[in-house]
Design a protein around this ligand. Sequence first.
Ligand code: URA
Length: 237
Amino acid sequence: MRLDKLIEIVERASRTEIKRLLKSRQVLIDGEPELNGNRNVDSQLHRIEVAGKPVWTNHVYYLMNKPAGIVTAVSDINKKTVIDLLAPDDYRREIFPVGRLDRDTEGLVFLTDNGPLGYALAQAKFQVAKVYEAVINEEVTQADVTAFFEGIIFLDGTRCRPAQLEILSAALGESRIRLTIDEGKYHQVKKMFLARGKKVTYLKRLQLGPLLLDNNLAPGEYRSLTLLELQHLRSFF
Ligand code: URA
C-alpha cells in the first residue's frame, strides 16, 4: 500500500496532515525517516512507525494454478474468473490478477490487493521474466531457437525482445518446449510461434519473476505467498 494511503487510514489524516507527518520526520521505515508518501510498503517487509506508533498493513498475496477455461480478470459477464476461484474468506474487493493468461492457458497467476506492487510487476521497464512450457503442433528446430534468440517479429511487424527457447522434445507432429520471455505482449507466446508458422496447442506458465509454480498446487488451487517469496519481491516495492 502507498505510505500516504496507509497514514490516511490509520491516523484518519487529511492530505495536509499526512504531508506534515512526513515532513516533520514522524514517519519511519525500518527506523529511518521516510519523506516520500508515494512509496509502497508492507509491514511484513518493513517496520513502519507513524507518530511514534507501530503500524501494520494487511495485504494478501496469492499464487494460483489457473486451470484452462478460467478468465484472468476481476469479472466477466459469462465466464468464471480467477477471482471466482477464491474462497469467500480470502476474497476482497481490491484483489486483482497481475498480468493475464489466455482462457485456455494454465499455470501461475499472481493475485494481490497491493495495487502498486501489481503495477510494478506488470510494467515493461522491469522486464520480469516469465517462463512457459508449451506443446507445439510441429517440429521445433534449432533455427527456431536462433530466431527466438535474435528477436521474433510478429506477422504485423511488432518486434519482440530476445527470448530463450529450449527444446524439451521434438518430433514431426509435436514438440515440447520451454520458453523464457521478459515482456508481456498480448498472446505473445502464441504469436511468436505463429511468426514461425507453428501453432501452440497447450500452454502453461511456470514462473513469474521470482515466483515459481509448485507441484503441490492442483489446477484451481491457490495459496498465500510465503514470507520468503514476498521478500523475493522486495525490489518491486
Ligand atoms: N502468451 C500467450 O500467447 N498466451 C498466454 O496466455 C500467455 C502468454
